[in-house]
Design a protein around this ligand. Structure first.
Ligand code: SF4
Ligand code: SF4
Length: 56
């Protein structure tokens, strides 16, 4: 499993990147992308997103 990131909603602020304890998030073309193999579904990034682009 992994969080879902809505590419339409993401504004590329990068806030979620720093919150991930396992570094599962990275920026690609100014959008956040999750590595499903690495994500442990902790949910920390969800609250960090100002536009609610991340869901579990
Ligand atoms: S749910 Fe947790 S592990 Fe997965 S991308 Fe978000 S912060 Fe990282
Ligand atoms: S915090 Fe939200 S808007 Fe900012 S980069 Fe992450 S998913 Fe995109």
């Amino acid at each position: 499993m992994a969080v879902n990131i809505n590419k339409e909603t993401c504004i590329g602020c990068g806030a979620c990147i720093d919150t991930c304890p396992v570094e599962a998030l990275k920026m690609v073309d100014e959008k956040a992308v999750v590595d499903a193999e690495t994500c442990v579904d902790c949910g920390a990034c969800i609250d960090s997103c100002p536009v609610e682009a991340i869901t579990l």
